[in-house]
Design a protein around this ligand. Sequence first.
Ligand SMILES: [Zn+2]
Length: 343
Amino acid sequence: MSDAPTRVSCDIDFDKDGRQASFLAVANSVNESAYGTVTIPIYQFKNGDGPTIFLSGGVHGDEYEGQVVLRKLAQSLDVAKVRGRVIVLPSMNLPAALAGKRLSPIDNLNLNRIFPGKADGSITETIAHYVSHVLLPLTDIQVDLHSGGTTLDYIPCIIMNEQPGDKERERKTHEALMAFGTPIALISKALDATGLFEVECDVRGILNLNAELGGAGMVRKHIVEIAETGIRNLLIHFGIMEGEIARPETMGREPSRLMKIADFDSFAMVPDDGLYEPFIELGDTVDAGQAIGQVHYLHHTDKEPWVVHTKAAGTLINKRPPGKVSRGDNVAIFAVDTTYPPD
Ligand SMILES: [Zn+2]
């Protein structure tokens, strides 16, 4: 089952049919609890032969929508209606989720920058190692639900990485991408790839998708509906459940708009500290060189605000909700329409 020793203990029998709900237990010896343990909820649903889909959320603790959707799924899924196996880890970085923070308060690490983790590392590294070396070897399809957290807000997107080394897996991933059904479906290059969970899946040849569901520190009704429908669609698409692929009513039952983030010019950063005033809203389309907002200076009486311009044209798919900004903060991400396969 495992391809490396782990310090995580878990009493789930991954070969056994039926529903199992348990915990990943990681020792956490601290001032308040000498023999303390971090216990991360995990569920398995298995019914005979079929593919294994591994659904995860809460890799970043302040991204709430995926955690809500996967808990609801894990508490309602009827194992008798499953063909194959569904593994659900709703809050992979539980310490961060308990703190409502992006990073773990225990070791201040970003779980999505340290894959494949370390067997003898800190708590977050140990979680990544277990996921990489115990759960991924069981997995045919991985879906990781993110959102913008407290500092970003996305138009709900389902995302795949280009797979230049495996065009057949890329084609199948694109089919799954379009089956999910979010307002935008993104094809990405994994621009900052170091330590990403999805890159560990790519390295292992596992078909994978990730989502950016919304954010702004919120859980919105229509985004929960989009995510719940999308996960159900994937289970149907891969033959794990029976049913019809559906589109959420809030999407007007339209297919996803296929887009890509071209390069780093698609990201707008602020040049200085202050208060950011956006000129555009999610979904707006801009030209290259267009003014999209300005930074007001807190320390000065008559200093003109610094106007932020785009480097490239595109549609705003992500913006920063907090008004207070520091130099280098990302305030906008733009995407452009694309086709698959590319023209
Ligand atoms: Zn995230």
